[in-house]
Design a protein around this ligand. Structure first.
Ligand code: IPE
Ligand code: IPE
Ligand code: MG
Length: 243
């Protein structure tokens, strides 16, 4: 299984970390700032944590930036978040080439503005030229929606004549995460202990780590703490303990 990298302290480094970046609004409220200030602070933290993951030897980082349910927020907040994502992708197109960071956007892209869709196309194009660390940003993403879209694609192929057996591997190939190993560690800052429709299929055997730290306050030390806790977990995958 995936956990083959160890750090100097002998801790296992997860191959794939997923993060629900939660708590931006409360962080801003505590400071008397508009919620959007929390989102701006949160996007800077994502940048920092992505570099830290790359440097620690993590291969994939998948973050939840905007859910299919987040459209139900006040329209000015949604607009501000979309603007931030736009800015982030613009900047990434410059830096990813320099830093050799692959970026993939997951979610129902058809629900995004044409400008965002164009930026996603550009980042995909640049990423195709690199190997190594990959960051996946989930925008207009919902685990149930992803599974539904996958089922529809299968049904289309079936109707078109490809009636070969549907097994887990084939179904996974229709998901947004096709080709990416499942997350080993799911981190949720912000104090809530729920999955909120994130990576429902992929987290079947992920280890969960919850912390009250709000996302804009999340640090590289917090990340290392989560990895240290992960390293102590006994992942049995339904089997009995080895010793
Ligand atoms: C997470 O922070 C960012 C998004 C969901 C877009 P929140 O905005 O949910 O922050 P809280 O949970 O209200 O503090
Ligand atoms: C999950 O956070 C979505 C993102 C972080 C993008 P939410 O704040 O939307 O989740 P709930 O509403 O607390 O479950
Ligand atoms: Mg929240």
């Amino acid at each position: 299984m995936p956990d083959r990298i160890y750090n100097a302290a002998g801790e296992r480094i997860p191959r794939h970390i997923a993060i629900i970046m939660d708590g931006n609004g409360r962080w801003a409220k505590k400071r008397g700032l508009p919620r959007t200030a929390g989102h701006a602070a949160g996007s800077e933290v994502f940048r920092k944590i992505a570099y830290a993951c790359r440097d620690l030897g993590v291969e994939y980082l998948t973050v939840y930036a905007f859910s299919t349910e987040n459209w139900n927020r006040p329209s000015d907040e949604v607009t501000a978040i979309m603007k931030l994502l736009n800015k982030y992708l613009h900047e990434s197109i410059e830096t990813m080439a320099r830093d050799h960071i692959r970026l993939r956007v997951m979610g129902d892209l058809s629900g995004l503005s044409s400008e965002l869709q164009e930026l996603v196309r550009e980042t995909d194009e640049i990423s195709a030229g690199y190997e190594g660390f990959q960051a996946n940003v989930c925008i207009n993403y919902g685990g149930r929606d992803e599974i539904l879209r996958a089922a529809r694609r299968y049904a289309e192929e079936y109707a078109a004549g490809d009636q070969s057996e549907l097994n887990e591997a084939r179904f996974a190939s229709y998901l947004d995460s096709a080709g990416i190993p499942d997350p080993d560690l799911l981190i949720r800052p912000g104090g809530e202990q729920r999955i909120s429709n994130f990576l429902l299929w992929q987290c079947a055997y992920a280890e969960f780590y919850f912390t009250d730290v709000l996302w804009p306050d999340f640090t590289v030390d917090e990340l290392k703490k989560a990895i240290a806790v992960f390293s102590q977990r006994d992942r049995r995958f339904g089997k009995v303990k080895a010793n």
